[in-house]
Design a protein around this ligand. Structure first.
Ligand code: ATR
Length: 275
């Protein structure tokens, strides 16, 4: 019988994970089936218990269950522990191992696929929610010269920075103060949920001056207000989160199966042009 995997979320109808993992399995000749599971809100652990009883080998976790998955795991990787969230589980007998590949997927997309280095660069990250938290350690591991974290609610950014104190050159700022910073940024990453509602974080226009890359974590939304603003300021490269989505899936696949699929073809298939 084929090994079973799935993505779990609510809602789950729009998830690209079955398509991505199905393609990876064909490309690498791996014998597996990959499903989409919509668990009821508040019913994560019961549904996962059932899936494990059926012999499942692993799960990808999407909104709103990444914290439930964190609580469900009985072993955590460092990245999951630091992110405070789990986006991938592996089942091995009684072991329920939690991982978080979102941040590493984002870094691979920026540095490998888009060819923009982060080492020694000035990086600006917008947001201090779950998405930003997951990216902090992988970003700092790239050894940027400075990582500035900006958030509407300053106290949340301050609390995050305290947690990651000692991991690298992390600085907190409010949006208004960004205008006063003399130097520009090489990479600007929008990890807020503003674009999901067509909103624009209150960024002073000059933050994009000289930037090599503006990256929107949301995907499939076309030119969001954030990307439009970056384009208007002449940023050379614009990207949305489709590459991150596929890269985190490739990390999960490699972790489960021991084979790393190539990602370029799947990213090309899923990319919605940014215009
Ligand atoms: P996620 O898990 O996607 O990160 P979240 O934990 O709800 O979602 O966090 C959303 C982030 O987007 C927060 O940093 C939020 O800012 P606040 O902490 O001030 O609420 C940010 N955000 C959402 N809408 C925004 C907007 N219109 N402008 C600026 N920041 C916004």
């Amino acid at each position: 019988m084929s090994d079973r995997y799935a993505v779990i979320g609510n809602p789950i109808g729009f998830s690209k994970s079955p398509l991505i993992h199905g393609t990876f399995a064909r490309m690498t000749g791996q014998d597996l089936v990959y499903e989409a599971i919509e668990a009821p809100l508040g019913g994560f652990s019961e549904r996962v218990d059932q899936f494990r009883t059926e012999g499942a080998k692993g799960l990808n976790i999407t909104a709103p269950f990444k914290l439930d998955a964190f609580a469900y795991a009985n072993e955590l990787s460092e990245s999951a522990d630091r992110a405070g969230a789990v986006n991938c589980l592996k089942f091995d007998g009684d072991r329920i191992i939690g991982e978080n590949f979102d941040g590493i997927g984002l870094v691979r997309d920026i540095t490998v696929n888009l060819g923009v280095k982060m080492a020694g660069q000035r990086v600006l990250m917008l947001g201090a929610g779950g998405a930003a938290r997951g990216a902090l350690l992988p970003f700092l591991r790239q050894e940027p010269s400075e990582l500035v974290l900006v958030n509407r609610t300053l106290s949340k950014a301050v609390a995050l920075a305290e947690e990651f104190a000692g991991c690298g050159p992390l600085i907190v700022s409010g949006y208004a103060e960004l205008a006063d910073l003399a130097e520009g940024y090489d990479v600007v990453v929008n990890a807020t949920s503003a674009s999901l509602r067509g909103e624009m974080p209150p960024l002073p226009g000059n933050v994009f001056r000289g930037a090599k890359l503006a990256y929107e974590l949301a995907y499939g939304k076309g030119l969001t207000p954030f990307l439009q603003a970056a384009r208007a300021e002449g940023v050379a490269k614009l990207a949305d989160g489709v590459g991150m989505l596929v890269e985190q899936a490739a990390e999960a696949f490699a972790w489960w199966r021991g084979v790393r699929p190539s990602t370029a073809q799947v990213i090309a298939e899923l990319t919605v042009p940014l215009s």
